[in-house]
Design a protein around this ligand. Structure first.
Ligand code: ITT
Length: 200
């Protein structure tokens, strides 16, 4: 089955292709599908924003479209930057933004944090599937690792001693918020496709 990913983030596209590919789901990028816009993320939750992106790409392509909205929640920042994770970085480098988060957390006694990912898939008939994935961890003391993207270099997954950016894509996908969300989505998609193809 082919599905369009409503995202302009090349790192997400790479990770999601690696997660869904082995399950027989081919992920087509939104630019390959002829969509060259960025939907305005006006929602207050990850799920609401994922729905906005998936619906916009679905309306433009007429094809099944899936979107991921994700971000980092830091206890010492009242669970921010959360849905504003991308906007919190803005035009700065991630190295600079990560440094700011580490300094905020250094000034508190709570290093707890998590990555959250909401997935919404929209079908041309209006049906929608949703899924969510979370990974708990802490904000590290230093920026470390060369893999992954965004806030990975300062996020230390629970049970690990080094940051998520020290993991290969395969290792990250096995435990990440995105890996969990898209595996849950793939399971629902398989059930949905099975139902759709059952003769009445
Ligand atoms: P699209 O909306 O086009 O998919 P985006 O990068 O703007 O791309 P989001 O709105 O979902 O995506 O913002 C997610 C931000 O949260 C992302 O830019 C990173 O800063 C951060 N983030 C999400 N998942 C991450 C991950 O696996 N590792 C590190 N940072 C992540």
């Amino acid at each position: 089955m082919e599905i369009v990913l409503a995202s302009n983030n090349a790192d997400k596209l790479r990770e999601i292709r690696e997660i869904l590919g082995p399950m027989g789901i081919t992920v087509v990028s939104q630019s390959e599908a002829g969509c060259h816009f960025e939907a305005e993320e006006t929602g207050e939750t990850f799920e609401a924003n994922a729905r906005i992106k998936a619906r916009a790409a679905g309306a433009a392509t007429g094809r099944p479209c899936v979107a991921d909205d994700s971000g980092l929640e830091v206890n010492a920042m009242d669970n921010g930057p959360g849905v504003y994770s991308s906007r919190f970085c803005g035009d700065r480098s991630y190295r600079e933004t990560c440094r700011e988060i580490v300094s905020i957390v250094d000034g508190s006694d709570d290093r707890g944090a998590r990555f959250r990912c909401a997935v919404v898939c929209v079908f041309p008939n209006g049906d929608e599937l949703t899924a969510e994935g979370v990974i708990e961890g802490t904000i590290g003391h230093v920026f470390e690792g060369e893999h992954g993207f965004g806030y990975d270099p300062i996020f230390v997954p629970e049970g690990h001693t080094h940051s998520m950016a020290c993991l290969t894509d395969a290792e990250k996908n096995a435990i990440s918020h995105r890996g969990r969300a898209f595996r849950a989505f793939a399971e629902k998609l398989q059930k949905y496709m099975g139902k759709e193809h059952t003769p009445c």
